[in-house]
Design a protein around this ligand. Structure first.
Ligand SMILES: [Zn+2]
Length: 471
C-alpha cells in the first residue's frame, strides 16, 4: 500500500502509520466494518481523516464529549478541511437548525450520541446516506468499562437505520470482552479487528505502598516536585482533589482541581489551560481524562485504587504520548484495597434509584459515580425497573474488575506482564525502566534536569497549613 503512505506523507506530514492505523484505514476504504483498538489516543483521528480525504461521501463521527468534538473540529480545519462541523448544544438554536438543514453540504459532522438519537437528526442523517459512520470512544458502550454511557447502547439501532457504507468503531482500550460488547452492540458486520498492544513501553508502571494517608500526600507532592512536567493526579474524592490542589498552589505549583461539580465552562477552561501549558498539575476525579490529548504528560498518579485495569490503563495511557519517558504510579495505603473491594460490591439501594428518578434535577451536582450513572441512564431514556436490573447485573462485573486490579497491584512478579496478560496482549519481559517503586534512579531518567526536592521541613509546614495537621 505504497500509495496510502504517500497520501499520509503528502497530506498529513506523517512519515509512517502508527500500529493499527493502516489496517483501520484500509478497511474503511474497502467499505468494511472495522474495530480499531489503538492505545495512543492521538492516532485515532487519522483513521477517519484519511479515508474522508479519499472518499467523497458524508462522514458522521459520534463522540461522547463536547470538548473532544471542538478539539477534533479544530484539528481537521487546521489540516485544511473546512466543511467540518460539530452539531451540538453549543450552537445557538438558529445555527443548530441551519446546520441540520444543510447537513449534506458538510464533509465531516461530529455529534454526541444523544444528538444523533433525536428523531429529526436521525431521520435527516438516514435520508442523506452516510459513507463512513465513526463511533469514537466506542468502549463507552460497554458496561465493563469505566466510561459507560447508556446512550451508546442505542447506537446499534441508529446504525441499522442509517445503513452506512462502513462503520468504524475506535477506542484506546478494550480487552476481549469489551471488544465483543462493541461488535455486538453496534451490530458490526464481519468486522476487521485492528488491535494494537496495550503495552506502553515508555511509561513506568509504578506501584508503591505507603504507611498512611499523610505519607501518601507527602509522597505525592514529592513526586510532583521531582518530575516537574505536566501531571495528572487522580482521586476518588472531590474534597481530596480540591485540598491537594490547594496544597500544591501553596507550594508554588500551577495546579487546579477538576471534577463533576464544576460547570462545563470551568471544566473547559482548566482543560485548555492544561493543554496550553498554563496549568501544570490537574488534581482530578475520573471525570477528567477522556479526550485529553496532551502529548507531553510526564506523570500520572493514582491516590486511590482504580476501579478496574481498564480504567487504570486508560489513565496511565495519557502519559508519554510523545514517546518520551513518563512515570505512572499507584500509591496504596493499608486498607485501600479492602475499601475498593467494598465499594465494588455495593450498589445504590432501590430507594436511592427511586429518589433520583423522582427528582433528577436535585442530583445534577452530585459527585457520586453511582448517582452519575443513574442520571446517565435517565438521560438515555431508561425506566426505573430497567436501571435497577442493569445495576444489579453490573455487580458481578465490578467485583471481578476490582479483584483483577488488586491482583495487579499485589503481584510479586512484573506488573507490566500482569497488565498485558489481562488484555490478552503479547507477553513482555521485565526491564530496567519497567515497574515497581519509583526509585531516584527512575526519576533521574524521567526528569534529569528537574530542580531538587524542597526540604522535608518545608513540606511539613505546607501540610500543616493545608490539612491542619501537627507539623
Ligand atoms: Zn516489570
Amino acid at each position: 500500500m505504497r500509495e496510502l503512505r504517500e497520501v499520509l506523507q503528502e497530506t498529513f506530514g506523517y512519515p509512517d502509520f502508527r500500529p493499527g492505523q493502516q489496517a483501520v484505514v484500509e478497511a474503511a476504504l474497502a467499505h468494511r466494518d472495522v474495530l480499531g483498538v489503538l492505545p495512543t489516543g492521538s492516532g485515532k483521528t487519522l483513521c477517519y481523516q484519511l479515508p474522508s480525504r479519499l472518499n467523497p461521501g458524508l462522514v458522521v463521527v459520534v463522540s461522547p464529549l463536547l470538548a473532544l468534538m471542538a478539539d477534533q473540529v479544530a484539528r481537521l480545519q487546521a489540516a485544511g478541511d473546512k466543511r467540518v462541523v460539530a452539531l451540538s448544544s453549543r450552537l445557538s438554536p438558529q445555527d443548530h437548525a441551519w446546520v441540520l438543514a444543510h447537513l449534506g453540504e458538510y464533509h465531516v459532522v461530529f455529534m454526541a450520541p444523544e444528538t444523533l438519537l433525536k428523531p429529526a437528526v436521525l431521520a435527516k442523517v438516514a435520508a442523506l446516506g452516510v459513507a463512513l459512520f465513526v463511533v469514537d470512544e466506542a468502549h463507552c458502550i460497554s458496561a465493563w468499562g469505566p466510561d459507560f454511557r447508556p446512550a451508546y447502547l442505542k447506537l446499534g439501532g441508529a446504525i441499522a437505520r442509517i445503513r452506512p457504507a462502513s462503520t468504524m468503531a475506535l477506542t484506546a482500550t478494550a480487552p476481549r470482552r469489551v471488544q465483543q460488547d462493541i461488535v455486538q452492540g453496534l451490530g458490526l458486520r464481519d468486522p476487521v479487528l485492528a488491535v494494537a498492544s496495550v503495552d506502553r513501553p515508555n511509561v513506568f508502571l509504578g506501584v508503591e505502598q505507603v504507611a498512611d494517608p499523610t505519607a501518601k500526600r507527602r509522597r505525592l507532592l514529592a513526586l510532583v516536585a521531582a518530575v516537574a512536567g505536566p501531571t495528572i493526579v487522580y482521586f476518588d474524592s472531590k474534597a481530596q482533589a480540591e485540598a491537594t490542589s490547594a496544597a500544591l498552589v501553596a507550594a508554588g505549583v500551577k495546579a487546579a482541581y477538576y471534577h463533576a461539580g464544576l460547570n462545563p465552562e470551568q471544566r473547559d477552561l482548566i482543560q485548555h489551560q492544561f493543554m496550553g501549558d498554563r496549568m501544570r498539575v490537574i488534581c482530578a476525579t475520573s471525570a477528567f481524562g477522556m479526550g485529553i490529548d496532551k502529548n507531553d504528560v510526564r506523570l500520572v498518579v493514582y491516590t486511590h485504587v482504580p476501579e478496574s485495569l481498564e480504567a487504570y490503563s486508560q489513565g496511565i495511557g495519557r502519559a508519554g504520548r510523545d514517546g518520551g519517558l513518563a512515570v505512572s504510579v499507584v500509591l496504596v495505603a493499608p486498607g485501600d484495597l479492602a475499601r475498593a473491594a467494598q465499594f465494588a460490591g455495593s450498589l445504590p439501594e432501590a430507594g436511592v434509584i427511586h429518589t433520583v428518578f423522582k427528582h433528577p434535577d436535585a442530583y445534577q451536582d452530585f459527585d457520586d459515580p453511582q448517582v452519575s450513572l443513574i442520571l446517565a441512564y435517565i438521560k438515555a431514556g431508561f425506566d426505573e425497573a430497567a436501571v435497577t436490573q442493569r445495576l444489579a447485573a453490573r455487580l458481578t462485573e465490578r467485583g471481578q474488575a476490582s479483584a483483577a486490579m488488586a491482583a495487579f497491584l499485589t503481584t510479586t512478579g512484573c506488573h507490566r506482564a500482569a497488565l498485558v496478560a489481562h488484555f490478552d496482549a503479547p507477553a513482555v519481559a521485565h526491564h530496567a525502566l519497567c515497574c515497581g517503586p519509583v526509585t531516584p534512579a527512575v526519576l533521574q531518567q524521567v526528569a534529569p534536569s528537574a530542580s531538587p526536592l524542597p526540604q522535608p521541613s518545608a513540606w511539613r509546614e505546607i501540610f500543616a497549613n493545608i490539612f491542619r495537621i501537627k507539623p
